[in-house]
Design a protein around this ligand. Structure first.
Ligand SMILES: [Zn+2]
Length: 460
């Protein structure tokens, strides 16, 4: 049979492939995209398009995508040949054929819920991660990047930064030393996020090069990069965030995780840091708390003696009120400053998420003053860009209620002005343009008024 006919037959075999995996295609099933750790069924088979679609991560897949995911093939020819073998299809010009016909893998049924995934105690993680840090110093290039590009002090770098060593031989060496220095057994270490036991060899290992990725973008990722220790309220290093050396856009940062090992037949142990919040408490801190997104922003803010909580992704704020309460037990905190990217004034999605967070804090900690830090986007998108370019004096601090009310009012006004009936149904192109107008309008209302309001001294 020729290749085109074979391809047609394979494409048409998608429902059959799913059925052979034990999937009932009349219902939703667990997403098969390895980048998506689906813990409740969100993928369905679309008969009309003969594709699988996931409503949670948005991926869309034909049978070749599924086979690539199931067998980790790296090229189309390889996937195509494997598909031929799976369905017993003879293609004319193919010379090499496997001795044994491969089997269609059964679908995964159920995964451990995130909340039920075992994780080593914070003390254990702290000891393991700080020992790792001691064993893998930064390179000269890393140092240059952190000091020159990010403006970090030598002390801060020494406390929280390391090089992630990823090559198999280097990992083996590091793990040997780690076991010796920490005194922990393999069975304790396998539940430290990032670590797992390979069942084939029985050896303890951690995510290095070519680990299955849980972030979007690529199926496989390489964890080589700068490791950043993420500390909890008690100062314990409970997670490592990695700034990868090489990454596609939006894929630069990842967690040091071994969640892929949790429900896998090939591994034992494995764990995830979850949505760990990152807390920096400087020496002799001032009486305000800043909340931002991302470590390099919080570094700049903390350098001015502010306590900072950084969330990784704006939607990862849940539980922040508990952290604030805990911080207040140890430090005098009079007010909270929210320092998110300046495009919060034009990006409704970010605005809504952060507004929810602000409202939750107001509700649960009613005696706390909350303000938004706002500045014109032309002075820099992030607070770090704004400060590093010497525009700190341009930053205004606006009462949270007033900020949210103003932004909502200008949003409603612009919807009316441009006759937009549903913002949700707007095309993404139009939404971008609308966002630009919204940003301008909010900057005008919040920053150009001659309202003389003294900036609080304690901020940034
Ligand atoms: Zn998905």
């Amino acid at each position: 049979m020729d290749r085109d006919t074979a391809k047609e037959i394979i494409l048409a075999s998608l429902p059959n492939y799913l059925a052979q995996k034990g999937i009932n295609i009349s219902r939703k099933f667990l997403c098969m995209n390895p980048d998506h750790q689906d813990h409740s069924p969100s993928m369905c088979y679309d008969r009309r398009r003969n594709r699988c679609h996931c409503f949670s991560c948005g991926c869309d897949a034909d049978i070749f995508n599924l086979i690539q995911w199931d067998y980790n093939t790296t090229s189309f020819p390889e996937t195509f040949n494997l598909a031929c073998d799976l369905f017993g299809i003879d293609v004319d010009e193919r010379k090499e054929k496997p001795k044994e016909r491969p089997k269609i893998k059964p679908a995964k049924h159920g995964r451990t819920r995130i909340s039920e995934i075992k994780k080593a105690e914070p003390e254990v993680c702290d000891k393991v991660y700080t020992t790792m840090q001691m064993l893998s110093p930064l390179t000269a290039t890393d140092m240059k990047y952190l000091t020159e590009k990010r403006g970090l002090s030598k002390e801060r770098i020494k406390k929280d930064y390391m090089r992630m060593v990823t090559a198999p031989e280097d990992r083996k060496k590091l793990i040997r030393k780690l076991i010796k220095l920490t005194g922990y057994t393999k069975d304790t270490l396998k539940y430290v996020p990032g670590f797992f036991i390979d069942k084939n060899t029985g050896a303890l290992d951690y995510s290095g090069d070519n680990v299955p990725s849980i972030s979007h973008g690529t199926n496989w990722c390489n964890n080589a990069g700068i490791g950043i220790l993420i500390r909890n309220v008690d100062g314990q290093a409970v997670a490592i965030q990695i700034r990868r050396d090489t990454a596609s856009k939006g894929n630069r940062y990842c967690w040091f995780t071994s969640i892929f090992a949790v429900d896998s037949v090939d591994y034992d142990g494995g764990s995830t840091p979850g949505a760990a919040k990152d807390i920096i408490i400087p020496e002799n801190p001032q009486t305000c708390l800043c909340i931002t997104e991302g470590r390099f922003k919080s570094e700049i803010i903390a350098a001015n003696r502010n306590i900072v909580i950084s969330i990784q992704g704006v939607s990862a704020w849940k539980g922040i009120d508990e952290i604030i309460k805990k911080l207040r037990e140890q430090h005098e905190i009079k007010s909270i400053f929210l320092m998110f990217d300046s495009d919060i004034m034009g990006n409704r999605q970010v605005f809504n998420t952060i507004s929810d967070m602000a409202r939750t804090i107001m509700e649960r900690i009613p005696d706390m003053k909350i303000k938004f830090a706002v500045w014109k986007i032309k002075y820099g998108k992030g607070i770090d860009d704004c400060i590093l370019s010497g525009n700190l004096t341009r930053v205004k601090y606006v009462d949270a209620e007033y900020f949210m009310e103003t932004c909502n009012n200008s949003f409603d006004m612009l919807l009316k002005k441009y006759g937009v009936k549903s913002f949700q149904k707007m095309k993404s192109e139009d939404r971008k343009i609308f966002g630009k107008y919204l940003q301008e309008e909010n900057e005008k209302r919040l920053l150009c008024k001659n309202k003389k309001e003294a900036n609080p001294e304690e901020a940034a």
